[in-house]
Design a protein around this ligand. Structure first.
Ligand SMILES: [Zn+2]
Length: 134
């Protein structure tokens, strides 16, 4: 599994994370399977945005609608880790499910991507997804 992203979009994500050192920033990835074509920034409506994220539901609804009309799909989402940890947190694992969505994490000046796999009733396991910057 892999994720293609443009160098401009990669830089946008790094800049967005750098501009918010005290809160997780988040948004949606629209495109085709394995290729992010459009980034949709979203408000982080989590109660504790320093340590978690929750994409504004209104943005989520609009993104699904916009993706359909553009012949795209919502292929995943991105969020930043102000603590610099590049891997999904325990909090991320607790709410992830195996639904084909890619988790893109911006941390420490880089990007990592992950695909959740459900393990029974426990927290999801994340498998790394290779990122290709084109
Ligand atoms: Zn996280």
């Amino acid at each position: 599994m892999k994720l293609q992203i443009s160098s401009g979009d990669r830089q946008f994500l790094l800049d967005a994370a750098a501009a918010a050192p005290d809160a997780e920033v988040c948004g949606l990835l629209l495109g085709q399977l394995g290729r992010a074509e459009t980034l949709v920034p979203a408000r982080n409506v989590a109660r504790d945005p320093a340590r978690s994220f929750e994409i504004d539901p209104a943005t989520l609804l609009a993104a699904h609608r916009d993706a359909r009309s553009a012949g795209q799909r919502v292929i995943g989402h991105w969020h930043s880790h102000p603590n610099g940890r590049p891997e999904p947190s325990a909090r991320d694992a607790a709410r992830a499910s195996e639904n084909g969505q890619i988790w893109l994490i911006v941390a420490a000046g880089g990007l990592t991507a992950w695909a959740p796999h459900s393990q029974g009733a426990g927290p999801a396991q994340f498998q790394p997804v290779a990122i290709e910057v084109a």
